[in-house]
Ligand binder design. Sequence first.
Ligand SMILES: NC(=O)c1ccc[n+]([C@@H]2O[C@H](COP(=O)([O-])OP(=O)(O)OC[C@H]3O[C@@H](n4cnc5c(N)ncnc54)[C@H](OP(=O)(O)O)[C@@H]3O)[C@@H](O)[C@H]2O)c1
Length: 262
Amino acid sequence: MTPEPAARALPAALDLGGRVALVTGASRGIGRAIAITLAQRGAQVAVNYARNEAAAAEVCTAIVAAGGRAMPFGFDVGDEAAVESGIKAVVAGLGGLDILVNNAGVSIDALLMRARAEDFDALHRINLRGAFLCAKAATRHLLKAKERGRIINLTSVVGEQGNAGQAMYAATKAGLIGLTKSIARELASRGVTVNAVAPGFIDTDMTQAALQGDARAALLVQIPLGRIGLADEIAEAVAFLAAPAAAYVTGHVLRVNGGLLI
Ligand SMILES: NC(=O)c1ccc[n+]([C@@H]2O[C@H](COP(=O)([O-])OP(=O)(O)OC[C@H]3O[C@@H](n4cnc5c(N)ncnc54)[C@H](OP(=O)(O)O)[C@@H]3O)[C@@H](O)[C@H]2O)c1
């Protein structure tokens, strides 16, 4: 009889044991996949959400059932006071903060001539101001984490290449790249790294309406790898940047887009 292969331990360079990670917008989609992957690598995870408490609780239950540690924390990333008290609650509840993943985001698509200033403000408030507020409130704790400290911001392929009908959304995502590179320079002397992950098109609630029928087929011909991406594939990139393996990577925008933008 062939013996069972021994369970393979995680290489130390990818191990997140002993770290606390906060993932914003982790109740669904890409954030959910990131929370689960970071927990699989050994991190305790704070699962942030805005409204969907039941979904956040389900993410925590899945993590705990698999032997990990996670707690839900509901707060609106666009609200400064809520972010400050939310991050204090994470630090008190999980014993510190080493990794911040600014994933919470929303999209509203409109051609420029039909776009509404109030929609621009709403996108800016969550996608860019939200990441700024979370980074600002987390930094004191990340500095204590020293070379374990990480900020990882979810930008987008459209933040780099633009997209007709997405000027408002793309502007917030381009802004995140400037935020990433500037904070990377500020925190580097303390060993804290700051990077961005730029997904292409990923199957989640956010892209549900846009990725149907003819629009999906038209998009697929532009993607060299010939398919829409998976939330788990974004989570793998985030887990790498969070890990000791990426200690010398900072200020980088890691494209995970099937070749859509090269
Ligand atoms: N899907 C794509 O193709 C794609 C491509 C490039 C970049 N991205 C970026 O990746 C990130 C995740 O996208 P996704 O597709 O996973 O989105 P999604 O499925 O629509 O999920 C959005 C998440 O953000 C949370 N959220 C929304 N507003 C919030 C607020 N004010 N405070 C805290 N959390 C809030 C939601 O919480 P509730 O459940 O409580 O509402 C939810 O967990 C976003 O930043 C997005 O721009 C996505």
